[in-house]
Write a protein that binds this ligand. Structure first.
Ligand code: ATP
Length: 275
């Protein structure tokens, strides 16, 4: 997927202000950014669901503005669902969605993958919020998409369901599915993404792997411990040498920790600087 100079204005408001993206097959790409940054606008343009003001976009070799049915069938989208079809059961809904695609997965296997087997016979209106989200995911993957868009996929999931979902995404990616994920959960981006782009004010303010984003991997480390005067903290480029020196080659330092900025720290400083 290639995006160059993408811009989108809503009347006088510039929501997307010149975005470039290059996302490769099989990659898990996370788009992060505060509310109103332009993530949904960008993703919906890539999905062919919104028009753009300018810039060039190629998704699976096609301009989404000229999307055909065949192109749409190669793409999976997990949206925050509306409450239609509430009377249908989980199994009926997944089976029904499968008929839209030329080479769908087995609906029963998909229901199993998202952990809804026990609820296969339940009506949608009887599902909990997290179960609804899992159904959304099932509907997004039942067409065996080459490219999957996930918009805040794990909102409302319990911790165990999130871990299961992460495993599912890893399996899909290992099978060659390209995944574009927007999320507000930094741990989710860290767990899943090969690459992250941070959008603020309609522009990309940083991109890289979760480990290196915003110079994270080369940032100074904080060494903290307790000595007879109380808690101590030192910012250093050479934490190993410092710990060695402090411990005199083996003495235990109470409550010793060595930390570098978390992805969340880095993210917050990136979007803080962009405001
Ligand atoms: N249909 C629309 N008409 C007018 N303005 C819009 C429209 N859709 C979005 N906007 C504006 O464009 C900007 C970007 O919105 P967008 O939905 O892309 O943000 P986002 O990054 O997805 O935010 P969130 O994290 O809250 O979902 C916001 O200022 C929003 O108010």
């Amino acid at each position: 997927m290639q995006v160059q100079g993408l811009r989108k204005s809503y009347n006088t408001l510039v929501a997307v202000d010149g975005i470039d993206l290059d996302i490769h097959r099989g990659q898990v790409f996370a788009i992060l950014g505060p509310n109103g940054a332009g993530k949904t606008t960008t993703v919906e343009i890539l999905e062919g669901h919104r028009t753009r003001t300018s810039g060039s976009v190629s998704v699976l070799g096609t301009d989404p503005a000229r999307a055909t049915r065949a192109w749409r069938a190669r793409i999976g989208i997990v949206l925050q669902t509306a409450n239609d079809a509430a009377e249908l059961t989980v199994a009926e809904t997944v089976r029904h969605f499968a008929t839209y695609f030329p080479a769908p997965a087995d609906p029963r296997a998909v229901i199993e993958q998202v952990g809804l087997t026990e609820k296969a016979g339940a009506r949608i209106k009887q599902l909990s919020g997290g179960q609804r989200r899992r159904l959304d995911v099932a509907l997004g993957i039942v067409g065996r998409p080459e490219l999957l868009f996930l918009d805040e996929p794990t909102t409302g999931f319990d911790p165990e369901a999130r871990r299961h979902f992460w495993d599912l995404i890893r399996t899909l990616a290992a099978d060659g599915t390209t995944i574009v994920l927007t999320t507000h959960y930094l741990d989710e981006a860290e767990a899943l993404a090969d690459e992250v782009a941070v959008i603020a004010g309609g522009r990309i303010v940083a991109r890289g792997t979760p480990a290196t984003l915003g110079g994270r991997s080369t940032a100074k480390a904080t060494v903290s411990w307790i000595d007879h005067d109380g808690p101590r903290s030192v910012l250093t480029d050479t934490p190993t040498a410092l710990v060695n020196q402090l411990s005199g080659g083996g003495r235990e330092l109470p409550e010793l920790t060595v930390t570098r900025p978390s992805l969340e720290d880095t993210y917050l400083s990136l979007i803080g600087g962009a405001r």
